[in-house]
Structure formats: C-alpha cells, structure tokens
Design a protein around this ligand. Structure first.
Ligand SMILES: Cc1cc2nc3c(=O)[nH]c(=O)nc-3n(C[C@H](O)[C@H](O)[C@H](O)COP(=O)(O)O)c2cc1C
Length: 305
C-alpha cells in the first residue's frame, strides 16, 4: 500500500506518515538496536539548544494514570555537538532528519536555525514554541500570536529553503489563533500537541514527584486533547498538521488522519516499549485494509459531522 505523504512537495516527502516525536526518541541513534530507523516517515530529534544545556533536577519522570509527567529541561550537548558527532551517523539520505529547536530568545532561534539549515543532512526544522520567551516573565512563545509569529518568521528567514514546522501546545487561550499566526508567519507545517503542564505528588513523603516540581503531561491521557486540536487546526489553516499526543498503535494513527492530520509523531510510547514506532509502521498497511482504506490521502479528514 502506498503510504507516502508529502508535507512540502519536493522538500519534505515522507515514505509513510509516522515520525518520532521530539525528546522521546533521542537523536534516533539510541533506537537503532530496536528497528530500522530509516523505515520511519521521519525522525524529529531531541530538543537542541545553541549551547550545551544541563537540564532539570532529578527526578525527571513520574508515571501517572494513563500518562507520563516529565521535566527534562532540554538536556543536550548543544547544536555543534549534534552536527559534529550525531548527524553524520544518522541515515539522513534515507529518512528526513528534523532537529527540534529550543531557545529563550528570538535571536537564539535564528542563530540555531541558520546553523542547522546549512547542513545537508537536515531536512527541515521543528520550532518548539512552548519554550520560555524570557525566563523572568515565564511567558512562552506560543502564549500569544505576536511572539509565536515573531519566532517562526525569524526561523523561517534563517532556514533558507528548509521547511519549518511550528510545534504548538494547547496551553493557550486559542490554539487556532496561534496556528493561523504561525501560518501567516511562514510556517510550512504545524505539529501539535506538546506536553501539558501538570503536577504529581507523593503524600507519604510530602513532596512532588519531580525535581522541578511541575512537569509536562504526555501519553494516552492527552490523546483526546490532541485529536481536538488537530481537528480544529486542520480546518483553520492550509498547511499540513502533524498530530502528536498519546499515539501507541496503528489505529491511533488512523484516528489522527481521520480528524485531519497529514502525519503523526509517536512520543512517550517509545519509552514504555522502544519497538512501538517500528511496529506501528509495520502494522499500518494491514490496519488500513481492515478499515477499508485504500488511499490515505482520501481518508484524511473523513470524519463525518
Ligand atoms: C521526556 C520528554 C521530552 C520532550 N522533549 C521535547 C522537546 O525537547 N521539544 C518538543 O518540542 N517536545 C518535547 N516533548 C513533547 C513530545 O514531543 C510530544 O509532543 C508529547 O510528549 C506528546 O506526545 P506523546 O503523548 O505521544 O508523548 C517531550 C516529551 C517528553 C515525554
């Protein structure tokens, strides 16, 4: 079955609609023992910053009913390390490699985008708009349409002809308004959703489960929220949407395509079973057949009502 999807024709063409989600698949290299990463639709890498970043205090993860609460704080060795040590080892000729960009300032986003876009092995850039716009106010880029658009246009200018994907979280007044703003600012696609802030506590020890106190919720608990956002956004913008949130099976993928996604990213499910994403890609053709789908393009957005 033909599962190819073109997010940006000629620039970002995927052999199937299943990508890894930022921060849950390492750089891709870490998952090589579990399957052929070149068979994926694309690899969205762990969050990168201009300079090495120590990340959040331990513990960084806590299991919650139907979800995972985490705060990693974008721990990474910095963009130069990624380019020098990691990118050359990734099968970038066979699968699109999409670094996930994190920054506190628009200028840093620009610089990061310029450095990465110059690399032949980088297919596109994903901008994490839920990073803090400035650490003092705690405001995030996607908190309003102005800061979200400013970050995306800066990345777009620095990215040359490399497609730019804007990653949104639902923790804003109106995700559709922000989606329209990033589209107008030049985003080539939208990824949604990122994690949702939460808190998990231990009563016996009278403490929070995470070193950072609060963290981001992900996993099956957020899937209905993600489906709602994908459905709303895909009807409001003309650029493709990559659905993220609680995907664990090929049937979950079909749910996202049916509400309007062009592609999906598999996130925390790769922690509970590192083979999940490979199994999803393998099972997708049979799942399409089971549900009478012969063309995923035609099936997209087919939800009635
Ligand atoms: C441990 C962890 C780290 C993450 N790091 C990033 C990140 O650096 N950048 C980003 O845009 N999203 C990051 N995310 C969010 C995921 O890419 C995804 O949007 C979210 O987890 C929802 O998908 P899921 O329910 O399938 O996990 C992270 C998620 C987790 C669980």
């Amino acid at each position: 079955m033909d599962l190819r999807v073109s997010l940006v024709p000629g620039l970002l063409d995927l052999k199937n609609p299943v990508l890894s989600a930022a921060g849950t698949f390492g750089s891709g290299l870490e998952y090589m023992p579990y399957g052929d990463i070149a068979q994926l639709g694309g690899i969205i890498t762990n969050g990168l910053t201009l300079r090495p970043c120590m990340g959040s205090p331990m513990p960084r993860m806590a299991e919650t009913p139907a979800g995972l609460l985490s705060s990693v704080g974008t721990q990474n060795a910095g963009v130069e390390y990624f380019i020098r040590e990691v990118l050359p080892q990734l099968p970038w000729r066979d699968v699109p490699i999409i670094p996930n960009l994190n920054a506190n300032f628009v200028d840093d986003f620009s610089e990061l985008a310029g450095i990465l876009a110059a690399e032949e092995g980088v297919a596109a850039l994903e901008v994490n708009l839920s990073c803090h716009n400035d650490n003092r106010s705690g405001q995030r880029f996607n908190q309003n349409t102005v800061t979200a658009a400013r970050a995306v246009s800066a990345v777009k200018r620095a990215a040359g002809n490399k497609p730019v994907i804007a990653k949104l979280t639902p923790q804003i007044m109106d995700i559709v308004e922000v989606a329209r703003a990033v589209e107008a600012a030049g985003a080539d696609a939208i990824s949604c959703i990122g994690k949702v802030q939460g808190l998990a506590v231990n009563v016996r020890e009278r403490r929070a489960m995470l070193g950072n106190i609060t963290g981001g919720l992900s996993g099956p608990a957020v899937k209905p929220l993600a489906l709602r956002c994908v459905w709303q956004i895909s009807h409001a913008v003309d650029i493709p949407v990559i659905g993220v949130g609680g995907i664990r099976s090929a049937l979950d993928v079909l749910e996202f395509l049916m509400v309007g996604a062009h592609a999906v990213s598999v996130g925390s499910a790769s922690f509970s079973d590192p083979e999940t994403i490979f199994r999803i890609v393998q099972e997708l053709p049979a799942m399409c057949e089971e549900y009478g789908i012969s063309d995923i393009g035609e099936f997209r957005s087919s939800m009635k009502g």
